[in-house]
Design a protein around this ligand. Structure first.
Ligand code: PGA
Length: 246
């Protein structure tokens, strides 16, 4: 399966940054290279989609559950498509935390995104307290199941997962490789349980302090189908190194 490497720019990036992505396009170009997506802030989606010209995917970082309406400040899934995005990150822990997004809300967004034609990257992950309590497996399985149940019918052909331990995001801390392997194996069982053979194409990305220096080790872990990269995706040379490692 081709790996998927996604850059999540979060609330970073200006139009003037788009000209520096040459190394990223180059790393994504060879036949058999990993699939690459960048999810910039919404202000840059159309400009990046134009500049990338199909060399990488462009994605959103969130979408609303409704297609349109009186929701000031929100962006819908059809609007992301209209701007040139083909994927969307949903359920990121920063939105679960900052916007109190729960599994039901995330499920509704999954349904809206897929109905509009977007590929979904669904994020799950445990907090440090949950990890210390030995609850990692229960937490990520429950997040996956609850989001899917709230979404209604989900097309596994338009779904990837990202395992992102909350305590590893932006901290420089990464789980032991054996722990990443165990969670990815558990999520693979969840995917098989939900979709059967149709779920075989669902990739499970790892996210949380992925860098140019640790990417190769992480991609060597069984079950890691790609990476969701925050901070390191803001540096084109380093992001390119992660793409090459994949
Ligand atoms: P990080 O963020 O790579 O900066 O740890 C990952 C993420 O939040 O997706």
């Amino acid at each position: 399966m081709r790996r998927l490497v996604v850059g999540n720019w979060k609330m970073n990036g200006m139009a003037s940054d788009l000209g520096a992505l040459g190394p990223v396009y180059e790393a994504a170009a060879p036949r058999g290279a990993a699939e690459v997506a960048i999810c910039p802030p919404a202000t840059l989606i159309a400009a990046l989609a134009g500049a990338a010209a199909g060399r990488i995917w462009v994605g959103g970082q969130d979408c609303h559950a409704a297609a349109k309406g009186a929701h000031t400040g929100e962006i819908s899934a059809p609007m992301l498509i209209d701007a040139g995005a083909r994927r969307v990150i949903l359920g990121h822990s920063e939105r679960r935390r900052d916007r109190a997004e729960d599994d039901a809300a995330i499920g509704a967004k999954i349904a809206a995104a897929q109905a509009a034609g977007l590929g979904v990257i669904l994020c799950v992950g445990e907090t440090e307290a949950e990890r210390d309590a030995g609850r990692t497996g229960d937490v990520v399985a429950a997040q996956f199941r609850a989001a899917l149940a709230a979404a209604g019918p989900v097309d596994p052909a338009r779904l990837d997962l990202a395992y992102e331990p909350v305590w590893a995001i932006g901290t420089g801390r990464v789980p032991a490789m054996a722990d990443i392997a165990a969670v990815h194996a558990l999520l693979a069982r969840e995917i098989a349980g939900a979709f059967g053979a149709a779920g075989q194409g669902v990739r499970i990305l790892y996210g949380g302090s992925v860098t140019g220096a640790n990417a190769a080790e992480i991609f060597a872990v069984p079950g890691v189908g790609g990476a969701l990269v925050g901070g390191a995706s803001l540096k084109p040379e380093e992001f390119a190194r992660i793409i090459r490692a994949a």
